[in-house]
Write a protein that binds this ligand. Structure first.
Ligand code: URA
Length: 237
């Protein structure tokens, strides 16, 4: 689908009631990328990304220092979507529904993410969705630094296999990890950054987590998220 077709479809989605609103004049375009990024990760891009992701999933489930040590979860949630997606979303960690199904973003926040993807004129199968952690933290608490340190190298390898053109991080933990920053999400959302892992550079647009959006369902928050998504669409070209 061309960008024009996508934008037309996005406009249609808006017309039929998706509750995101287009960026208004005056909210300003996102700033240009500034180099930043997490520690370089290991892993070589594969010629068959679907196969490489399956191998990585098996390796993760057998060896992840975090996910093999914790016992509170039912199953791991590796991530899903197009193995060669141009657009990748990265969230925080599985919740109860994700833990039950083994799929990322299928609960209430996931339904909102689905709406966001459709409003962009895309389908869930077009993109790839993953999380900082691949197993549910007890009581859905925020991932701890040592949990992230154990599990996130597998996420970095996922990114290297998929090689997306754009990453949209959802919420603070994902932005902090991918951009190697301690800045709060409210300060950095809506501005372009670069995930820099040596041979791979990816444009990164941090935005609010859909769960935050649901908790703060104001016109202002919706406009900000929609503005970030439109910037990502524009970058995809
Ligand atoms: N929140 C996340 O960050 N990830 C999920 O998969 C679901 C909810």
């Amino acid at each position: 689908m061309t960008i024009h077709a996508r934008q037309k479809e996005a406009a249609t989605s808006l017309a039929i009631g998706v509750d995101f609103v287009p960026r208004r004049a005056g909210t300003g375009p996102p700033t240009e990328p500034s180099p930043s990024g997490p520690p370089a990760s290991v892993g070589v891009p594969a010629s068959d990304p679907a196969h490489a992701l399956e191998e990585l999933r098996a390796e993760h489930d057998a060896t992840c220092p975090h996910c093999t040590a914790v016992t509170g979860h039912t199953q791991t949630v590796f991530g899903e979507g197009n193995p060669a997606a141009a657009l990748m979303f990265i969230g925080e960690a599985p919740g109860a529904e994700e833990d039950r199904t083994g799929r990322p973003f299928v609960g209430r926040a996931g339904k909102k993410l689905d709406e966001m993807i459709v409003a962009m004129g895309l389908a869930r199968a077009d993109v790839y969705i993953a999380n900082v952690l691949k197993s549910r933290p007890p009581n859905n608490r925020t991932p701890l630094p040592d949990e992230i340190a154990g599990c996130s190298p597998f996420l970095m390898r996922q990114v290297q296999i998929i090689q997306p053109k754009v990453i949209v991080t959802l919420g603070g933990p994902a932005a902090k990890l991918i951009l190697n920053t301690s800045e709060g999400i409210t300060r950095i959302r809506g501005t372009w950054h670069t995930y820099d892992a040596g041979t791979l550079q990816v444009d990164v647009m941090p935005t609010f987590h859909p769960a935050y959006l649901l908790r703060n369902y104001t016109r202002e928050t919706r406009e900000r998220v929609w503005s970030d998504l439109q910037a990502a669409l524009g970058r995809l070209g």
